[in-house]
Design a protein around this ligand. Structure first.
Ligand SMILES: C[S@@+](CC[C@H](N)C(=O)[O-])C[C@H]1O[C@@H](n2cnc3c(N)ncnc32)[C@H](O)[C@@H]1O
Length: 300
């Protein structure tokens, strides 16, 4: 493998990436050329929404080619194009052969939810103190337990399950890998429905549930049916606001709504969006993310 690194202004990134793809690049990444310096620029966007910008004012574009000759040809061809005028070749270098599977695996260690409840990749031994665990391999679907939003939901599930207060029938709305659904099933849920708009996530959730030996019923969002004692949704603030009436309608009298994917500064807008249905409060926080929960006022 050979890597070609280029410097490009924001307005040239799209043309450059299109050209690199046409020239056979296996992968292309765009980074802030000023990362880790005083000139570094923050660029935030929510998944599902168009990116706020194509890239940074000074972007480093790195393309991977199968061989040195392909990288060199691409470099020469690009330099002959008009749009390349404000761009520059930074470097061309071989990429050392690595055991990528091992390297990827080494980045995923067991994750502690509570001292007794762990998420453990299948290639790892269970930690001695783990009395309860979710065995999970990182796949394409979100939800390996390494993100604070997932961990906060699992902590809530473990706490709720541990108090003897029944999780009851559970809905995991936006299940990703199925990690919350599996956690709920392991913490005593009576039955678990897991839904996601992404069919690949649904497939992954089914596989992960089987691997953990717990029954969950997974499918598209229309599969959510009736009311649940516990409704979990770790998505993001914008879709959570849109989903407010739908999610609240699924909460049984006396039941719980648990929302994650919300930044601290978004607490008020979420509270306002849910106020017509349920009163949300902040129940947990980690690394700038918050967990918001509400209890349905009905029931015993
Ligand atoms: C941040 S991931 C959470 C995954 C997992 N539940 C967890 O806690 O780690 C959000 C998931 O919600 C799904 N999603 C996003 N918008 C949705 C919607 N409107 N309805 C259902 N699922 C949605 C995404 O496909 C994604 O798998």
């Amino acid at each position: 493998m050979h890597e070609l690194s280029l410097l490009a202004p924001e307005e040239r990134i799209e043309a450059l990436c299109d050209a690199l793809e046409a020239l056979g690049a296996l992968s292309i990444s765009v980074e802030d050329a000023d990362a880790q310096t005083d000139a570094e620029q923050a660029l935030f966007g929510e998944p599902g929404l168009p990116p706020p910008r194509e890239g940074w004012q000074r972007s480093r574009v790195v393309a991977l080619f199968t061989a040195e000759a392909a990288a060199r040809d691409a470099s020469l061809l690009l330099q002959a194009q008009d749009f390349f005028a404000e761009c520059r070749v930074l470097a061309m270098a071989p990429v050392p052969d690595e055991d990528w599977v091992r390297l990827t695996q080494s980045q995923f260690a067991p994750v502690e939810v509570t001292p007794e409840f762990w998420i453990v990749p299948t290639w790892h031994e269970l930690p001695m103190q783990a009395r309860q665990s979710i065995r999970l391999d990182p796949g394409l679907a979100f939800g390996t337990g390494t993100h604070p939003t997932t961990r906060m939901c699992l902590r809530w599930i473990a706490r709720q399950g541990g108090t003897g207060a029944a999780l009851g029938r559970v809905l995991d709305y936006g299940c990703g890998s199925g990690i919350l659904a599996i956690g709920a099933a392991k913490c005593g849920a009576a039955a678990v429905d897991a839904v996601d708009i992404d069919p690949a996530a649904v497939e992954t959730a089914v596989r992960n549930a089987q691997a953990n030996g717990v029954p969950i019923a997974a499918g598209p969002p229309e599969r959510a049916d009736g009311v649940y004692q516990t409704v979990l949704a770790n998505i993001l603030a914008t879709p959570l606001k849109v989903l407010a009436p739908l999610l609240c309608a699924h909460v049984a009298p006396g039941g719980h709504l648990v929302l994650a994917g919300i930044l601290e500064r978004q607490a008020d807008e979420l509270r306002d969006a849910y106020a017509p249905y349920l009163a949300l409060g902040v129940a947990d926080s980690e690394d700038g993310w918050i967990l918001m929960t509400a209890t349905h006022p009905g029931g015993a």
